[in-house]
Structure formats: structure tokens, C-alpha cells
Design a protein around this ligand. Structure first.
Ligand SMILES: NC(=O)c1ccc[n+]([C@@H]2O[C@H](COP(=O)([O-])OP(=O)(O)OC[C@H]3O[C@@H](n4cnc5c(N)ncnc54)[C@H](OP(=O)(O)O)[C@@H]3O)[C@@H](O)[C@H]2O)c1
Length: 252
């Protein structure tokens, strides 16, 4: 059955790979992000390659009025969202707590926690009304364990863990699946964003071991949506084989 899948943060990394994966399997997509040109490019590519329908929605997930506008103005048929992938997120900076940059903290908390909440608050009622749906939150190993200087990013992903569990409890009676996929190190634009455009530092993070790819994560996200109605993956931690936990890597 063709589904409507809404994926936040589909201009790069996991979100783009997740969009491709669902498109390959014939689903129609709503994709979001702030970089309009990239978003339109991804949408065009998906329509051409997979002959599906794609609705790009360009907005900043930190701004509730923009999120509201984007969701409330969806055409009626697009409001029947079957799967919401709350993926948009970022780490900014890597500082000890006493040297933290307030703007970095706000960007992380506003995007990873509040943005995810705004999306869920708007899409979940549509699922509740239809008595079906699947919400997939992208957490992180950083939401399970702290690492040096991870402080606020880790806190934001611990919050995603708590929100996922709370969402599952509250939506249980409405037949809505709620899943968290929590990856370890993956090579995307993530480190470039964290290190504020310092490509050498970002590339260095991925040296000496094989990190996850965005496609690895997309594969697992997609798999979690293929199980029978009575089966749900509550929580899945997906790591590179060369990474044991948040801090311990086997590097060559
Ligand atoms: N890569 C890793 O090692 C890793 C590991 C575990 C978890 N994660 C999590 O996975 C998710 C995706 O990250 P990624 O690795 O794929 O990084 P990425 O390549 O940097 O992608 C992040 C996506 O989020 C979107 N985004 C960021 N801020 C936004 C905002 N204010 N409004 C709307 N969209 C926004 C970006 O789009 P625009 O810039 O166009 O807005 C982009 O599409 C994040 O939640 C991240 O925390 C990553």
C-alpha cells in the first residue's frame, strides 16, 4: 500500500537517504528543510527517479509559526500522514560546560527538542483521528551516554529518548506505533555542522574506522515500518561495528 511519509531534515544526511529509501519503495513523501534549493533538488530527483509524488515544505523547525503554517496548509489528501520521521537535528560546538556558547545551546535545544515537539504536536492529532500511524524519532547514542563536551547535545538526545517513551505511552490507546532509532557515529554533514564548517576537523572525526552511512540508517528506519501491525520496534541502537559505545572506537 502506498503511504504518505513526512521526513524532516531531508536536504542531507539521514533524512535524504530515508526519503530515497521510502521513494524506492513507491511511497509519497513530504520532505522538509531550510535550504530551499537543496530541498527542491531532492524533490525533483525523487519524482524523476521513482515516479512518486513529493511535496517539499521549506521551513525552520525552530519556529512554531512556520511549522504551523507548513502543516496546516497541507492539501487535504496530504494530511493523511502514515509515517512521521522526526529526523531534523544537529550538534553545534564541542565545548566543556563552563565554556559553552549560549547560541549553540539554543540552536540544539530548539531544533532537536522543541522542533521535534512542534512536529509531533501537529501531526499526532491527524494520526489519532485516523487511529493509525507511526512516529519514528531519530535519537542517538548521545541520548544514552555522555561523552566529554557532549553536555547539551547529549541532553537534547536524552530528551528525545524521554519524549519518545512518553509519546508511546500517550498514543498507545490510539493504535500509533512510536519508535526510536538511535545511531552511533555516521558520516553525514553532522560533523561539518558541529565544527561550524571546519572540514578538516570534521573529516578527522571519521578517520581510522568505518562509520555508519546515511543509507545504513535509512535501511533500518525503513525496516521498522515493514513489520506486521501488531509488532513495533520501540527502540533500536545502531552502531558502527568499530564503535562500542559513545566514546570507545577501534581505530586503525
Ligand atoms: N551523523 C551522526 O553521527 C548522527 C548520529 C546519531 C544521531 N544523529 C542525528 O540524526 C539526525 C540527522 O543528522 P544527520 O547526521 O543526517 O546530519 P545532517 O546531514 O547535518 O542533516 C541534518 C538535517 O536536519 C535539517 N535541519 C537542521 N536544522 C534545522 C532547522 N532548524 N529546521 C529545519 N531543518 C533543520 C537539515 O536541513 P537544513 O540545513 O536544510 O535545514 C538537514 O537536512 C539529527 O537529529 C542528528 O542529531 C546523527
Amino acid at each position: 500500500m502506498v503511504k504518505i511519509v513526512l521526513i524532516t531534515g531531508a536536504t542531507s544526511g539521514f533524512g535524504k537517504a530515508i526519503a530515497i529509501k521510502f521513494a524506492q519503495n513507491g511511497n509519497n513523501l513530504i520532505i522538509t528543510g531550510r535550504r530551499k534549493e537543496l530541498l527542491d533538488e531532492v524533490a525533483k530527483e525523487l519524482v524523476l527517479s521513482f515516479n512518486i509524488e513529493v511535496l517539499p515544505r521549506c521551513f525552520d523547525i525552530r519556529k512554531p509559526e512556520e511549522v504551523n503554517e507548513a502543516i496546516h496548509t497541507l492539501p487535504e489528501k496530504w494530511k493523511k500522514i502514515d509515517i512521521l520521521v522526526n529526523n531534523a537535528g544537529l550538534a553545534v560546538g564541542l565545548n566543556p560546560i563552563h565554556e559553552g556558547v549560549l547560541d549553540d545551546w539554543e540552536r540544539m535545544l530548539d531544533t532537536n527538542v522543541k522542533g521535534l515537539l512542534y512536529m509531533t504536536r501537529l501531526v499526532a492529532p491527524m494520526m489519532v483521528a485516523r487511529k493509525k500511524g507511526h512516529i519514528i524519532n531519530i535519537g542517538s547514542i548521545a541520548g544514552r551516554e555522555l561523552y566529554p563536551m557532549g553536555n547539551v547535545y547529549c541532553a537534547s538526545k536524552f530528551a528525545v529518548d524521554a519524549i519518545t517513551k512518553g509519546t508511546r505511552i500517550d498514543l498507545l490507546a490510539h493504535n500509533i506505533k512510536v519508535t526510536q532509532i538511535a545511531p552511533g557515529a555516521a558520516e553525514t554533514e553532522f560533523s561539518l555542522v558541529r565544527f561550524k564548517g571546519d572540514k578538516e576537523r570534521a573529516d578527522n572525526f571519521y578517520q581510522g574506522y568505518k562509520p555508519l552511512t546515511a543509507e545504513d540508517v535509512a535501511e533500518v528506519v525503513y525496516y521498522s515500518t515493514t513489520l506486521p501491525d501488531h509488532v513495533n520496534i520501540n527502540d533500536l541502537v545502531l552502531m558502527p561495528t568499530a564503535q562500542a559505545n559513545a566514546t570507545y572506537f577501534h581505530k586503525k
